[in-house]
Design a protein around this ligand. Structure first.
Ligand code: ADP
Length: 605
């Protein structure tokens, strides 16, 4: 039985959250947390669920989440006041959707950049939204005064109506939304979509090269995070019958980041935990007599202390402790486990033009400034061929490879895969068409297990460039699990299938590097120095592996190890100073005087 489908146990975290929410009114007051503070914490926790999907799971740090909190809050508040909406849920839903729509726009503009540039551009957008709310839109938002007089939530079920008062009823109302938000977020994390998010956090370059349209995934999770933010903002207005203008400020975005980091990013409940610590301290310190403004200093010191002591937040530390007790080293792997490994499928794209070569480059050139890295190289590859590409350092081999694989756009010339032009299509589309590359320097998902790594490659084939299967369980994808298992067996990593990649020996990582390319199902494979950095014994094993996977596949190998190359390749293309110097059988290449002069230095004579 697959682990993910283990009956009610799979629902333990949700049941624990439900129990926690039910026990709240009993256990929180003795800790100094009243109903109002508890409801406020839950609103931050809900806001944080979305942010954690974005930051903790996908690795995208946004400093602009206040924009969505504000949009959701103000749209909901406006609809319920001047907007004349009497129904609560449609107003909340429209507020939430408005936040999502804002995120679609902001995401399209900001997600082109990564790292600090992305973070700063989200911040800039949030500031723009703050300005919009305060000035041009102040007739709708109340400007500096915010929107007051939001009626208390009334839930109407047909002819029965419940008015929700402040205090614990409000806590229960917000708690219901938090529970639903948590259930959905956990489904997302354990879905194939969620697996791709973790791949993007681990290694976006490889996730893209394995056939996932990572920009679309990033945009999707950015919108999802904003939907959570918008809903939380809407609830904030309902909770305090007032929508404050500061929902839009940088402080709000900053506080969300702080709470998530304190509580533990990548744990879903981390932001809730962080909000509990932060807001409780905040309230308590302000009421300590004689402290004056020094409460800020203390709060700051506590923050520094917490993030210094707990590298992955308080929640991260608790999870690690729980895993140690259960004897687990890594996060539970919900990839489906297949008992028997079938053959690894090879996806054969139908030839677009009958009789066309499998892969063809026509006069491809790449210039960097004044330097011609590759100049006018043509090349054709027949079905089932094993081709070697050699040349001294700087000859242009890597650049040539990158142009074939779609990583680098040629300055001139064209590339065809089975007769269809793929020039400039990009590495994701090329992989989806059945050609994949292994890298000279390992490009793996280091924090994931070998099985999870293989799943990332298999998922791109099973699901295409992008799929919004948020609620599907990864664990239910038996066929994909069997394919991942087959890839693991094929490269001989069976004994390490459930090891975290960071803990593997270098030679094992090299096998996985090849395995990822195979697991995509590609039938045209480009191997960039597969033997790089290996000892003599490991080289022999990898050469044997490359021979073993030949059947049904067409391969190109760049390699420095001449003996291996002459053993493996049927034909060899020699590059020299960016040009094609010679092409032929290994024997002919060894005898070629031009090659000897330029490259072998006569040693093979
Ligand atoms: P090889 O793989 O055969 O060692 P490369 O393709 O890495 O050769 O490099 C060919 C030439 O192109 C080298 O002179 C290298 O410095 C240059 N080059 C490669 N990539 C870039 C780049 N991104 N920007 C500028 N020059 C580059």
């Amino acid at each position: 039985m697959s682990r993910g489908g283990a009956g009610w146990r799979a629902w333990l975290p949700e049941l624990a959250v439900l129990a926690g929410l039910l026990l709240g009114p009993l256990v929180l007051p003795p800790l100094g947390i009243g109903a109002d503070l508890a409801a406020r914490i839950l609103i931050w926790g809900l806001f944080g669920l979305g942010f954690d999907l974005l930051f903790g799971y996908t690795g995208l740090l946004s400093f602009g989440q206040a924009a969505f909190y504000g949009v959701g809050g103000f749209v909901t508040a406006y609809l319920l006041t001047d907007g004349g909406f009497s129904q609560l849920l449609p107003a909340l839903a429209l507020g939430t959707l408005a936040a999502g729509a804002a995120a679609l726009l902001i995401g399209l503009l900001t997600l082109r950049r990564t790292g600090i540039y992305f973070a700063m551009s989200t911040l800039a957008f949030a500031e723009m939204f703050f300005f919009l709310e305060n000035s041009p839109l102040k007739d709708y938002t109340g400007g500096e005064n915010g929107i007051a007089g939001i009626p208390p939530p009334v839930l109407s079920l047909g002819f029965v109506k419940f008015a929700i008062g402040s205090g614990w009823p409000m806590y229960a109302f917000v708690g219901g939304f938090f529970l639903i938000g948590y259930i959905v977020a956990r489904r997302v994390v354990h879905s194939p979509f969620g697996a791709v998010l973790s791949a993007i956090r681990g290694n976006p370059v490889r996730a893209m090269a394995l056939g996932h349209s990572i920009q679309t995934y990033k945009l999707a999770v950015f919108v999802i995070a904003a939907l959570y933010g918008g809903l939380a903002g809407g609830l904030l207005g309902l909770f305090q019958s007032f929508m404050p203008p500061d929902a839009f400020t940088l402080d709000t975005s900053g506080q969300l980041v702080i709470q998530t980091v304190i509580g533990g990013a990548g744990t879903l409940l981390g932001p809730l935990l962080g909000a509990t610590i932060w807001l409780t301290l905040y309230e308590a310190l302000q009421h300590v007599a004689g402290l004056g403004a020094a409460w800020k200093l203390i709060l700051g010191a506590v923050f520094v202390l917490l993030i210094t002591v707990f590298r992955h937040g308080v929640g991260g530390a608790l999870l690690a402790a729980a895993r140690r007790m259960r004897g687990l080293r890594a996060a539970p792997d919900d990839s489906p486990h297949a008992a028997a490994a079938p053959q690894l499928d090879i996806v054969a794209a139908a030839p677009a033009a009958p009789g066309a070569p499998v892969l063809e480059a026509r006069g491809i050139t790449k210039q960097y400034g004044g330097l011609t890295a590759v100049g006018d190289v043509s090349f054709t590859l027949a079905e089932g061929e094993m081709r070697g590409v050699i040349g001294p350092n700087g000859a242009g081999k890597s650049t040539f490879f990158k142009m074939l694989a779609g990583e680098v756009r040629p300055t001139q010339g064209q590339v065809f895969l089975r007769g269809a032009e793929i020039t400039g299509l990009g590495v994701t589309a090329v992989c989806q068409r059945g050609m994949s590359k292994s890298y000279q320097i390992n490009q793996l998902f280091e924090t994931l297990t070998v099985r999870q790594n293989m799943m990332i490659a298999v998922l791109a084939r099973a699901r295409g460039r992008f799929r919004l299967d948020l609620l599907r369980r990864l664990a239910s994808m038996r066929e994909a699990g069997a394919q991942a298992e087959a890839a693991i067996q094929l490269v001989g990593l069976g004994p390490h299938a459930d090891s975290v990649v960071a803990e593997l020996a270098y030679g094992e990582k090299r096998r996985l590097e090849i395995g990822l390319a195979l697991a995509t199902g590609a039938n045209v494979l480009l191997f960039d120095e597969p033997l790089a950095g290996l000892g003599p014994e490991e080289r022999v094993q990898i050469v044997a592996l490359l021979k073993a996977i030949r059947s049904g596949r067409t391969m190109v190998i760049v390699e420095h190890d001449m003996d291996a190359m002459f053993e493996l390749a049927e034909r060899i293309t020699v590059l020299y100073e960016g040009r094609k110097l010679a092409e032929g059988t290994p024997e002919a290449i060894q005898r070629d005087p031009a090659v000897q002069d330029a490259y072998l230095g006569g040693v093979h004579e």
